[in-house]
Design a protein around this ligand. Structure first.
Ligand SMILES: [Zn+2]
Ligand SMILES: [Zn+2]
Ligand SMILES: [Zn+2]
Length: 281
């Protein structure tokens, strides 16, 4: 068995969104727990983290994650809710920081370099404990530790054509498909994962569940579109018929509480994800 832990299930602002006085954010400030959402990131077992947003360190502390066991970090794209390099800088000042792989596209690696340069006044080449960089290219597989990580082109950013989703195969041979952030894929991406039979899927829910919004599939997904997407992947044997399917990347815009999401999905194959949820697959 392998596991994944949802470290953050919010979209770009999180919930409550900073300074927001909307009904949902006001409720989340008081209700706490599952009603609050950190920016998206996810941990596979103990060693592989997907994305590194501004709430990463808070997620580690809250959910008792020992980040010194993390050896590989793979970034999906350069949006600030998915990559905020500042907390990767501090490990450079320490002795004994563990070896770390950092995988991302050219824009992601540029962000790391720029942040480092700004903080320390020199290029990261001279740094102690600098991460080992790996280029993420859609269609290519990275092997990090015992993990096989296939980058699949997402349909997400207008100006970053190589934003990706990942299909992770763990050392135990379990497969997890991570669909955050994306709209409906291009055919090339569907073809790439044909026959992969993923055991679990984490899917984004940015557009929410309201009629009209639920069918949205451009750059992000609504609830019905997300289910349709997974059914399409099941039909071509990319996802097992009984795969575990969990939502993430929830926005405050649709004004839907976790309780309402649980109610909405209760007779479907989807589980409404929340921060701290740990799943065996
Ligand atoms: Zn995002
Ligand atoms: Zn709000
Ligand atoms: Zn994004």
């Amino acid at each position: 068995m392998s596991t994944f832990t949802l470290l953050g299930t919010g979209s770009c602002e999180g919930i409550p969104a900073p300074f927001c006085t909307c009904k949902l954010c006001s409720h989340a400030r008081v209700a706490g727990a599952k009603e609050r959402r950190r920016r998206f990131s996810l941990l596979v077992d103990e060693a592989l983290q997907i994305d590194f947003g501004p709430d990463t360190a808070d997620s580690w502390r809250t959910f008792n994650i020992d980040e010194t066991k993390i050896r590989h970090i793979c970034i999906t794209h350069s949006h600030a809710d998915h990559f905020q390099p500042l907390d990767l800088m501090w490990r450079n000042a320490l002795t004994g920081a563990p070896a770390l792989d950092l995988a991302g596209n050219a824009e992601v690696l540029k962000m790391y370099d720029a942040t480092f340069q700004k903080e320390f006044g020199h290029k990261p080449e001279k740094a102690i404990n600098k991460p080992v960089f790996h280029d993420v290219v859609p269609g290519k597989t990275l092997i990090l530790g015992g993990y096989k990580i296939l980058a699949v082109r997402a349909s997400h950013m207008k100006f970053e054509n190589d934003a990706v989703n990942y299909l992770v195969t763990t050392p135990q041979g379990r497969k997890l498909l991570i669909l955050a952030d994306t709209g409906w894929w291009c055919q090339e991406s569907f073809d790439l994962v044909k026959g992969e039979m993923a055991d679990a899927v984490v899917v984004e829910l940015s557009c929410g569940t309201h009629p009209g919004e639920d069918i949205k599939k451009e750059h992000h997904l609504g609830a019905r579109a997300a289910m349709e997407f997974i059914n399409e992947l099941k039909a071509q044997n990319s996802v097992k018929p009984d795969a575990i399917c969990v939502t993430t990347h929830v926005s405050h815009v649709p004004q839907t509480t976790q309780k309402e999401l649980e109610e909405y999905f209760k007779d479907t194959f989807i589980t409404a994800g929340y921060d701290g949820l740990k799943v065996e697959f």
